[in-house]
Design a protein around this ligand. Sequence first.
Ligand code: ZN
Length: 81
Amino acid sequence: MSLATPEDVENYKKLFPNGLSDDEDMLELVGLSVDDFNFKVAERLLNEHGDVIYLNLCEKCLSLARTPLAKQCRHCGYDWH
Ligand SMILES: [Zn+2]
């Protein structure tokens, strides 16, 4: 993922002179780093849809497996076949 260049920012300002939104929650999210934004999105998804989201976690290190059906941890190498 690439960040917006200064030229991109100037183009956005010309296209949207009043800003993209005045929603305070949205403006707060825009100011976050990519990692913090991703964390916020994940947190919201789990809070709002945690009952239907399955996280395939490694039994040994509790890291997230690569896919929902994976049976080997890409982080520690643990295998639960
Ligand atoms: Zn593991």
